[in-house]
Each structure stands twice: as C-alpha cells, then as structure tokens.
Design a protein. Structure first.
Length: 182
C-alpha cells in the first residue's frame, strides 16, 4: 500500500527542486516512489501536469519502431514509421500512467494562480529520512488513518526556514492514506 502526498509550493521552480531531491533520495535507496507529478495552475485557470514520463512521446517512439518493422515487411518502411508514430502517440496521449490525472486536476483546482503542487506516492520508506528543509514542517490532513500526527506548528516551521510572521509560509501537504497509483 502507498500513501499519496501532495505538497503545495509557491512556485513551479520550488516544486521541481523538491522533486529533484526526492529522485535523489530514491537513487540512494532511502525512499521508493513510482511517480512524481507537478501540477501548476496557470493564469487562465488551466491545470498543467508535468509528469516524469511523457506517454505521448514514448508511444510515438515505440509506435514508430513497430511501424518500421511492419513497413519493412510490406516494403514501405517510411509509411510504416509515420503510421506507427501517429498511432503510438495517440495511444500514449490516451493512456494514464501513475497517479490518476483527473484526481490531481481536481485537487489542483483549489490552488492559487502560479502555485504548484507536487504529487508523489510514497510506497516505502524507513520513516527517518525526509527532504531536508521539509522534515517535520508541514500541515497535513490525514484521512482514514487513526492515531497519526495531524500536523506541526506552522509558525515554528516558518521560523525554522528563516521566515517571520510576514515571511514565507511552510508548504501545505495533503496525505491520502492508502492511495493506490492507478
């Protein structure tokens, strides 16, 4: 079972920095994540999802390879590559890998313009390691998990980060217990 963690950051760059640190922790075998998606709310209200895996490009590449093989069989590899790439890109665009896209867009609709949310399913960790600077400094809403800590003092966390009452607020985290990556 995995926990889905969503943390809201003031900018997309900060969310990307944290995602990079999470991937670094995964390379060190401290955590295991299957996906890490950044959702950004644009000025026009649209939600843009920056996923680790671009399914459209992956589909186009694999489709063009298989199209080339089929095209060679029928002595027309160029048409085979074109048809394979088009059908692979279409299939990749229609597929959903990792975290459910509609759930992320629904949760990200409440973001302020310009803010970014980092979604990451945490499949296993030892509980002692965390992203430096975020350790113990998040307000969380935990659903269906009795007895878990419901959050830390946001003012203390802001002071730890060097902010005062008018400074940066700590990132807000939402944890959905038992969230399976679809």
């Amino acid at each position: 079972m995995s926990d889905l963690v969503a943390i809201v950051y003031p900018t997309e760059a900060k969310a990307e920095e944290v995602r990079t640190r999470l991937l670094k922790l995964q390379k060190e075998y401290l955590i295991t994540i299957s996906d890490a998606v950044i959702a950004v709310k644009a000025e026009n209200g649209n939600i843009k999802l920056n996923q680790l895996v671009n399914t459209t490009a992956t589909g186009a590449i694999t489709g063009s390879f298989w199209g080339l093989l089929v095209g060679v069989l029928f002595l027309n590899p160029i048409i085979g590559v074109a048809v394979g790439a088009a059908s692979g890109a279409l299939g990749g665009a229609l597929s959903d890998f990792g975290i459910n896209d509609s759930f992320m867009k629904e949760l990200s609709a409440s973001l302020h313009t310009g803010n970014a949310a980092l979604f990451a399913p945490d499949q296993e960790h030892d509980g002692r390691q965390g992203v430096e600077g975020n350790q113990g400094c998040r307000r969380s809403r935990v659903e269906n998990v009795p007895g878990r800590d419901q959050g830390k003092d946001p003012a203390r966390c802001a002071r730890q980060r060097g902010g005062a009452a008018g400074g940066l607020k700590p990132p807000t985290a939402y944890r959905r217990a038992g969230a399976a990556a679809s």
